[in-house]
Design a protein around this ligand. Structure first.
Ligand code: CMC
Length: 427
């Protein structure tokens, strides 16, 4: 694109190239700004800052559009599986039959974790949050695969290994938290079915796979699989930009995901709905509370940095929740409160003016709950879903010849140079 952006600083004019994305997204390339002008830009929370170009995920927050490698999320949720979508995100195209078979087989081959790692679970207190266990276990995998210290080596082998083992670690951490023996993966089961049996089977009786549960899990994981430069993905990219190994980068991403403003919101939503239910608070009163800036309360599961209309993932999940609850014959009062809360918020000027709509986490918790997944595992489920996105971004970054170590600048606002004062002379 030949368009240029002009900047006038102290009477001097500078030109910067304008970059155009494949969906006509526009950016001013300021990579030469400091060298040319001595100035940097200041953008807390990176609200206006593009850290990279990327061909993985497109989202239009105004129109509520989300596509992985060009394919609308609605089509993937309806027709794809999590394994196929993972392949699409990581390798750029939908796999053909043979590629999918090979990929699935390699996931199966890597599903066990080293027996020694099982002892690690015993070192955690029973009440340990599964996200704490997951992040440290994933980092510990690097101790077992020293040949993977160099992120550029054996990448195609590291991908199924991590995708498969993260799911096993997640299920084992749940078993640890309830004091049950771990259940091993079974090679004849699909990725999602295998996870469900590792979570819910007990040695005393055979576990029957429920196809509705498997489909619901596939959809949940697909919807979480990537969301371009979000907090955890940016963390994975930042850590990965130092050429740390894949386990270290992903472990850092898991920790970034944990916070209640990011992946931890799904747990926070259910806790919020439960507290409203248990206290008998009226929706309107709760909404008044979140509008009061002094209360510091937020309507969890609402609002998004990028979506300024209905999050397309929340739309799919809301429908899916109705279907699964009906099929399983469950009526959950929390779903009624959530729907009432949504209705109240969406007609309230505070939410309308700020374009605050339900995000992916508003309904995902209710669905996970209906599937029997405990609340403290919700963010772990998000991590399993987001893993292919993190890996896809690492791969893209490693293959980009323009990648530099991530290193933002700052504007210093502390004291100017001053002398050290000996302790006897200090006031
Ligand atoms: N409840 C009440 N007010 C809100 C909410 C909310 N959930 N979200 C934003 N606002 C208000 C906020 O107070 C601010 O008002 P004002 O302009 O008067 O100061 C305005 O809306 C803009 O909010 P912001 O915090 O500047 O927006 P942001 O883009 O920095 O934050 C967010 C995005 C997701 C962190 C925020 O909307 C939030 O805290 N939501 C609740 C937590 C949540 O559901 N997080 C999950 C996000 S989706 C899953 C994921 O991908 O991580």
């Amino acid at each position: 694109m030949s368009e240029k952006a002009k900047l006038i600083l102290q009477g001097k004019e500078y030109e910067f190239p304008v970059i155009l994305g494949s969906e006509n997204e526009k950016a001013i390339d300021i990579s030469s700004l400091r060298a040319k002008t001595g100035y940097i830009t200041l953008d807390p929370g990176y609200v206006n800052t593009g850290a990279t170009t990327s061909s993985i995920t497109y989202l239009d927050g105004e129109l509520g559009v989300l596509r992985y490698r060009g394919i609308p999320i609605e089509q993937l949720a309806e027709k794809s599986t999590f394994v196929e979508t993972s392949y699409l995100l990581i390798y750029g195209n939908l796999p053909n039959k043979q590629q999918l078979e090979d990929f699935s087989k390699s996931l199966t081959m890597h599903s066990m974790i080293h027996e020694d790692m099982k002892h690690f679970f015993d070192g955690y207190p029973a009440a340990a949050h599964p996200m704490a266990i997951l992040s440290s276990m994933v980092c510990s995998l690097s101790a077992y695969y020293p040949e993977s210290m160099n992120v550029f080596d054996n990448f195609d082998m590291q991908v199924p290994r991590l995708l498969s083992k993260l799911r096993t670690i997640a299920a084992f951490s749940y078993k640890k938290s309830v004091g049950h023996p771990v259940i091993y993966p079974q090679n004849h089961l699909s990725y999602c079915a295998n996870f469900l049996q590792m979570m819910f089977a007990v040695p005393a009786e055979p576990y029957e796979i429920d196809d509705d549960m498997v489909r619901a899990l596939n959809i949940l994981l697909i919807l979480h699989a990537d969301h371009e430069q979000n907090c955890s993905t940016s963390t994975v990219r930042l850590v990965g930009s130092s050429q740390a190994n894949m386990y270290a980068s992903v472990s850092a991403g898991i920790l970034a995901l944990w916070g209640p403003l990011h992946g931890g919101a799904n747990q926070a939503v259910i806790e919020m709905l439960e507290s409203i239910h248990n206290s008998g608070t009226k929706c309107a009163d709760f909404i008044s509370k979140v509008k009061d800036k002094n209360s510091k309360a937020r309507l969890m599961g609402f609002g998004h940095r990028v979506y300024k209309s209905y999050d397309p993932r929340a739309k799919i999940l809301k429908q899916m929740t109705d279907v699964i609850l009906a099929k399983r014959g469950i009526s959950d009062p929390l779903l009624d409160i959530a729907k009432q809360m949504e209705e109240t918020a969406l007609s309230d000027p505070y939410f309308i003016e700020r374009n605050l709509y339900p995000n992916v986490d508003f309904y995902s918790g209710i669905l996970y709950k209906a599937m029997g997944i405990p609340v403290n595992m919700f963010t772990v489920m998000f991590a399993i879903g987001r893993l292919p996105g993190w890996i896809a971004h690492l791969k893209e970054m490693m293959e980009d010849p323009n990648t530099k170590i991530g290193r933002p600048r700052q504007i210093y606002t502390g004291p100017v140079s001053r002398e050290y004062v000996p302790i006897e002379s200090r006031k």
